[in-house]
Design a protein around this ligand. Structure first.
Ligand code: NIG
Ligand code: FE
Length: 411
């Protein structure tokens, strides 16, 4: 159906000339159109402009949104929303003084989630994950990347990826899948992690390629998990099957994961709470998008990704939620935008660019999502009556969304 939104107080992230992403100083510029109209046809953005030149479209459903704003829906380029059960017990353990690392060393953490997932049927895993997907759609997310990594067995990893495929087929938001078999070392392989990696390469990757279960490949490159050497091995194996890297790097330590990711043409490098000058240098001449996950820093009480150092070095930055049961049990992109402003000293223009166009790039959907551009998908956030777009990060943890549209349809 054709829809004509009229009297839009401000149409945000308007890009007549499409851009792939914005970096450095450009991130401070968020193009908008005040008192605007927006035409949506067949699920796509067909036209927009000032109300002074608003066309009459016969047969169009006219929606008067006076006092409200429209933004492109958020893109969440880094999540782990397919998981079973939760880790509320570990949350309390951390409140009582244990660290995330200590919990992992006791066999909790990712291994805890993997145990529950392997005991859960595919249908039940689908049901639990669908609840979270529906939740984030209502919070304004119009595209989401989802990782495997809580299976850590051939069957478990494939089960997760098949669930992601079913979600893709059943929901209107854009979904991309990432294979993160190398998320933690299963207890059984503790003494020989190379056997585990070889199993992923020999037994899981070929099935992923055959059933087209993933677009991207990831590994947790971190002290106590996987080394730079392991990272190169996995990224190289993924490359053979056309899986581009999106890599967990520098969450607790900077050990060379950024450089390895850049070497294998990563689409994004995610976390970066710890960042050396040489990491910034490695990113300068690359096309990898740095991705910050402020919800994880908030929940674990670890440093926030140094956004100012990254942006002031002329680099781009994207924001994502990292929605997962251990380090970030929230998929609220509105909170990520708010926390980026409050804790990472990004201004609202930078944060909104980071959560829309740059986030779209970080999951490979920038040609069809992430800005108000003719021909892109009409995945939109209609706000309640608010003063300015800056009110969204300012009035943190509030709900400023009136309605979300995916492919032009209200959800
Ligand atoms: O991105 N750091 C690795 N993976 C997740 C956490 C996984 C978990 O604790 O379950 C993250 O923070
Ligand atoms: Fe993550």
């Amino acid at each position: 159906m054709t829809k004509l939104f009229i009297n839009i107080k401000e149409l945000v992230q308007v890009r007549t000339e499409p851009v792939s992403y914005v970096s450095g100083e450009e991130m401070k510029v968020l193009p908008t159109l005040k008192n605007a109209y927006l035409l949506v046809k067949d699920g796509l953005i067909a036209d927009f402009g000032s109300m002074d030149s608003c066309p009459e479209i016969s047969g169009a459903k006219v929606i008067d949104v006076r006092g409200k704003m429209i933004l492109p829906a958020w893109c969440d380029s880094h999540t782990h929303i397919v998981f079973a059960g939760n880790r509320e017990g570990e949350f309390v353990d951390r409140i009582n003084g244990l660290s995330y690392e200590e919990i992992a060393q006791r066999g909790g953490g990712i291994l805890n989630s993997a145990k529950i997932l392997n005991e859960t049927s595919e249908d039940e895993l689908y049901r639990q994950s669908a609840v979270r997907l529906e939740e984030i759609m209502k919070l304004g997310t119009g595209a989401v990347e989802i990782k495997s990594g809580y299976g850590l067995t051939v069957e478990g990893e494939l089960k997760m990826l098949r669930v992601i495929k079913r979600l893709k087929e059943s929901y209107p938001l854009e979904i991309k899948a990432t294979f993160l078999g190398a998320h933690a070392i299963p207890a059984k392989y503790k003494e020989d992690k190379s056997d585990y990696l070889q199993m992923l390469i020999d037994e899981v990757l070929p099935v992923i390629a055959e059933e087209k279960l993933a677009e991207y490949i990831d590994i947790f490159c971190e002290t106590g998990y996987f080394s730079v050497e392991d990272t190169e091995l996995i990224l190289k194996a993924g490359q053979k099957y056309g899986l581009q890297p999106k890599v967990h790097v520098n969450q607790f330590n900077s050990i060379g994961g950024v450089q390895a990711s850049v070497k294998y043409n990563a689409l994004s490098v995610d976390h970066l709470e710890e960042l050396k000058d040489e990491d910034i240098e490695a990113l300068r001449n690359s096309t990898a998008m740095p991705v910050a996950l402020p919800g994880c820093s908030f929940f674990l009480g670890i440093p926030y990704t140094p956004a100012r150092r990254i942006i002031d070095a002329g680099l781009p930055l994207a924001l994502a939620t990292d929605y997962n049961p251990g380090s970030a049990p929230s998929g609220d992109m509105n909170f990520a935008v708010s926390a980026a402003c409050v804790k990472m000293k990004m201004n609202p223009e930078e944060a909104i660019n980071a959560a829309t166009i740059n986030a779209a790039y970080a999951m490979g959907v920038e040609k069809s999502l992430g800005s108000i551009t003719i021909g892109k998908k009409a995945n939109l956030i209609l706000t309640k009556k608010i003063n300015s777009y800056g009110f969204i990060p300012y009035s943190f943890a509030g709900n400023h969304i009136e309605k979300v549209y995916l492919n032009g349809e209200g959800i």
